[in-house]
Each structure stands twice: as C-alpha cells, then as structure tokens.
Write a protein that binds this ligand. Sequence first.
Ligand SMILES: [Zn+2]
Length: 88
Amino acid sequence: MTAPRASAARFPWRDSWPGTAVSGDGNGWLTGGCWLYCGRREVPVLWVGSVHTPGAIGELYACGGCLAEIALRVRHQALARDAAYAGV
Ligand SMILES: [Zn+2]
C-alpha cells in the first residue's frame, strides 16, 4: 500500500483522475495527422483545441498515445503545483 500524497488531503478529487480519451470511446475521432509528439499520419486523432500563432489560428489534433502523454504531463504539473501550494 502506498502512502497518500501530501496533496491528497487538500485535493481529494485528484486521486480519481479521469482517464484519457481513446479511439472508439464515442468522442469525435477522425483519421488524420497527429500534431503532437509522434507526428504520424492517417491515424485516429481527436481535436485538442485551437492554437493561436502570431499569423493564424490552427486546429490541433492528436492521437491517443500523444493525448495520454500530454495528459500525464498536465497531471504531473498540476500535482507539483498543488504540492507547492500545500508547502510539501
Ligand atoms: Zn501522436
């Protein structure tokens, strides 16, 4: 059994972090190019959001593996931010 994280007492909802979208889960998956880490083409991708650059706005799509990777990075960032806030 692992010890509860220090932030768990202040942010109990973080212990039940929702899963990442996966192909076939009912979301609006399309076939296309992944704009994130893998750069693969013609794979199932999901719209992530709009990307604003100085010259234009683009629509960012990502595959399931890259969505899982970015979700993990966001989770680590959020937990680190919570730990800093909690002073641990
Ligand atoms: Zn990808």
